[in-house]
Design a protein around this ligand. Sequence first.
Ligand code: ZN
Length: 174
Amino acid sequence: MRLAFNALRILSLLLLIAAGIFWVRSYLINDWYSIATADGEVDLGSVRGGIYYISKTNPADGSAKINANPGYHAVAIDSSAKAALLTSSSFAGFEYGYVGFFGVRIWTLKIPYWVLMTLFLLMLVGPPLLRINRRQRRRRNGQCVACGYQLTGNVSGICSECGSTLSNAIPPVP
Ligand SMILES: [Zn+2]
């Protein structure tokens, strides 16, 4: 259990740092990863403060076809690239877009980095805060801090449920 908590904390910290780096980088260089699908292409990109998911679908009759460009691409941002992404609506850094032409359909969704960083920060500090809160609650209630067993009347100084010594437990107020 403790090992799993530590792995989650390390992962959260790495994700938090990575999101911060890519956040800054997204204003200088756009990173894209594209995958060719059966009927088009899916792109994942780091662009202007967020992560873009783009789905491009070709018409079934083959009358039009977008240029699939699979793999990783890094695109340095200049003024000409600014108009490349379409946005139908946006809120607090979230963006949503849709466009259709000649039967080709393109969906766009952007998740801002501030949301991802908030999530990773909660993953990092949430579990320790919850554990501290639980320890304090058990101490207040006269329970074993380790396992939560009710210690009213305990005289041995050892939890009869889990066997931990109760040096850190405050006896319940009578
Ligand atoms: Zn116990």
